[in-house]
Design a protein around this ligand. Sequence first.
Ligand SMILES: Cc1cc2nc3c(=O)[nH]c(=O)nc-3n(C[C@H](O)[C@H](O)[C@H](O)COP(=O)(O)OP(=O)(O)OC[C@H]3O[C@@H](n4cnc5c(N)ncnc54)[C@H](O)[C@@H]3O)c2cc1C
Length: 339
Amino acid sequence: MASEAPVCLIIGGGITGLIAAVTLQQQGIQPLILDKGYGLGGRLASRRLQAPSGSEGQFDYGAQQFTVGTPSFQTWVDDWLRQGIVKVWSTGFANIMGGVRSSDRPPGMASYCGVVSQRAIAQHLAQTLDVHPRQKVIRLDWQDGQWVAHTETGQRFAGDLALLTPPLPQTLDLLASSGIAVPEPLRLRLAAITYTRCIAVLALLAQESAIPAPGGLDLDGEPLQWIASNFKKGVSSGYGVTLHGGPEFSQQYWQAENDAIAAHLIAAAQPWLNTPEIAHHVHRWKYSQPRQRFSKPFVWLDHPGPLVLAGDGFGPAAAASALEGAVLSGLAAATAIAF
Ligand SMILES: Cc1cc2nc3c(=O)[nH]c(=O)nc-3n(C[C@H](O)[C@H](O)[C@H](O)COP(=O)(O)OP(=O)(O)OC[C@H]3O[C@@H](n4cnc5c(N)ncnc54)[C@H](O)[C@@H]3O)c2cc1C
């Protein structure tokens, strides 16, 4: 029997879209997720890398960990802890001075990560959802009282409402190419939300690195802002190290050859690697983390049809991490849609 439940098209299967989808489903709304990626999770990204010798490693190469500052997100995290989806990784990472970076977290605040991988958190959330990967939305039309999403593969997906969760610049580009007008003062405020770039180098080592337990070093500088041992983190049986270039390095080397980028960051990390690299992979994150957040957790547009914008560019100041900002935005958007 055909379902009478209203359908909400969700563009983006990152944590914002997935949390919103689970919440909508609980409220009797049918979420339909479209994502341009091969795997789910967006910036909750993990992959394997194999060396010609056959050795391999698993890498978290987007969000490394997250902190929680609100009871509403803590409820979800406690449930994930009970189900063995996440664990406490650390209560403070060493930084280059040997202390705990205090700029964005109180000492002792728990940092969580996926037990298997960061992407596994997304896969857990998606278990009961209608998700369509490899579907890049290139245009949204309001036709006969419904939203129709046209994808690069030539397919069309219809819904009664639409929720857009990509990084804000990508959302604004999609609205512009779809001819959907956003009132100019609001568009200017949304366009003012910018993101840092981050080049990630995934380096598979011959032996375990010298990164101290529990495996994360918060360098917060240039050219490196973060180094992690995926082995010490417990997500890789191979000696995979994730290196994140700082925003200035990433901007400056954006167009450089992959091998030159890898050589530069691996050399900078040498004191903590202590062993040769046997394979590497470079990933460019054009939209890594928002520099600012919009003052509200989502934006609701009524014309030409109900359209909601959410993601980590929105969200309350109470969010203790970029990822929590995304979660709170997704929860608030879904609650507004459902009620
Ligand atoms: C290198 C790096 C390190 C980070 N470290 C941390 C950290 O340590 N702690 C922390 O809290 N946060 C961290 N973050 C930020 C955190 O990952 C994000 O805040 C969070 O994952 C954002 O989730 P989201 O769902 O809002 O966006 P995304 O995860 O980006 O999801 C948006 C989705 O939309 C899809 N999409 C975009 N355009 C289209 C389209 N036209 N059609 C279909 N699909 C589309 C994308 O494929 C993507 O899957 C980091 C991010 C990066 C990149």
